[in-house]
Design a binder for this molecule. Structure first.
Ligand code: CA
Length: 425
């Protein structure tokens, strides 16, 4: 389990202007990412306030080598070596005497391009948000929203890694097959039910060998960090194609992640008990059960989704808050997802990405997709501009954010996961 140490000390401050009290990236966070500036070589950085520090330029000062155009090697490090790096960066960015040596390698995040933090070998999406599963299941099976396996097995499917993009890259409205309710045969064309899904992404750190499982008590050590994930979905394409093998082209056309990796180490103060299972729910099978994980395996993280339409953008308006709610609305802990994934001997590798599934709260103000918010398109939302939305229109931008809070600690944030919808070609 990650430890709380001097890097989380609330009194710790940084000499970097604007870092202290920063909403996302105070010195207690220290997330990693890959950036380039003016088209030069992508390389690793740590975010501090509104700035980043180019780690490739200061590698001589660091206890581990941090080079290359991805963070896969950093993810693969043993947890104690990642911790040593974090402690060194915390010292370098807090002690004023390091300022002259490091200040030349600070850049404004607003001036750089952020890339995917890792070469993502494989991407898997789970379905751990139980309220989302209930809400969606109810639209199809009002009396029996959850299928019988849900409370025994963490449901997931293999997604598509090649179409994952960092925040800021627009997505093109996909085309596909849909079968209108009264039509005899399907038609092909741009989706009319484009949706977002508010999810947490889990970056795999150390992998496991093919054929070897990851015991639940060790699963936290295999997680390098977290990000926000928008699993864009084309709902009517999904409804037509998903049986019997599950999601395919309705989900794999584009997924957006936030570019900064919020490390497992940074999240140490924000671990909370997994919510109790409801009365009558089955006890998970032993390979998924660990008391320490139940005591501290959930995250004290508030997730939020916002919408900025073209009209709102033109008017200079702030994004409209679609929903907000805690990440603890997951039926399984992130450790349970990792352990389940490797339980058959499937080898996870550094830089693999797992999605939790849409995280919805029980009440409407916490629904994590338009499918839920608009009741399957039956009840469009009315925005402050007077515009209505059942699903996303061209020019709409969806913005996901997350903030971790715990009494006695400095809150940290994930930065933004945002992208705009472009028209189908
Ligand atoms: Ca999903």
């Amino acid at each position: 389990m990650p430890v709380i140490d001097e890097t989380h000390e609330p009194a710790l401050t940084s000499w970097v202007p604007g870092a202290n009290g920063h909403r996302d990236f105070p010195i207690q966070n220290l997330p990693y990412g890959i950036f380039s500036i003016r088209g030069d070589t992508p390389r690793p950085a740590v975010a501090i306030g509104d700035k980043l520090l180019d780690l490739s330029a200061i590698s001589g000062l660091l206890p581990v080598e941090v080079t290359g155009s991805t963070l896969n090697a950093l993810f693969a490090l043993a947890p104690e070596r990642r911790l040593a790096l974090r402690r060194k960066l915390s010292e370098l960015l807090s002690a004023e005497n390091h300022r002259p040596a490091l200040a030349p390698y600070l850049h404004d995040i607003a001036d750089v391009m952020m890339h995917l933090p890792a070469a993502i070998g494989d991407y898997t999406d789970f379905y751990a948000g139980i309220h989302h599963a209930n809400n969606v299941g109810r639209q199809f099976r009002p009396d029996n929203p959850l299928l019988p396996n849900y409370k025994y097995v963490p449901i997931g499917y293999h997604g598509r890694a090649s179409s994952i993009r960092p925040s800021g890259v627009p997505l093109v409205r996909p085309k596909g097959q849909r079968k209108p309710p009264n039509a005899e045969v399907p038609v092909f064309g741009p989706t009319q039910r484009l949706d977002y899904e508010l999810e947490l992404g889990i970056w795999i750190g150390r992998g496991n060998e093919l054929g070897e499982a990851i015991p639940i008590a060790e699963a936290a050590d295999h997680i390098a960090g977290f990000c926000l994930l928008n699993d864009w979905s084309a709902r009517e394409l999904q409804a037509w194609e998903y049986q019997p093998l599950g999601p395919f082209l309705a989900k794999n056309f584009h997924s957006t992640i936030s570019p900064w990796v919020i490390t497992t180490e940074a999240m140490a103060p924000f671990r909370i008990a997994q919510p109790q299972r409801s009365e009558g729910d089955p006890q998970p099978l032993p390979y998924l059960w660990d008391e320490a994980d139940q005591q501290a395996g959930a995250l004290a993280l508030n997730l939020e989704a916002g919408l900025l339409t073209a009209k709102m953008r033109d008017a200079g308006a702030a994004p409209y808050r679609l929903s907000h709610g805690p990440a603890s609305n997951m039926y399984w802990t992130v450790a349970q997802l990792v352990t389940h994934h490797a339980s058959n001997g499937c080898n996870l590798q550094p830089g693999d990405l797992l999605g939790t599934g849409t995280i919805s709260a029980p009440s409407e103000d916490g629904f994590g997709s338009l499918l839920e918010l608009s009741r399957g398109g039956q009840q469009p939302l009315t925005l402050p501009t007077g515009e209505q939305r059942s699903f996303l229109e061209d020019g709409d931008e969806v913005i996901l954010t997350a903030h971790a809070h715990a009494d006695g600690y400095v809150p940290i944030g994930f930065g933004e996961c945002r992208a705009m919808v472009l028209p189908a070609p």
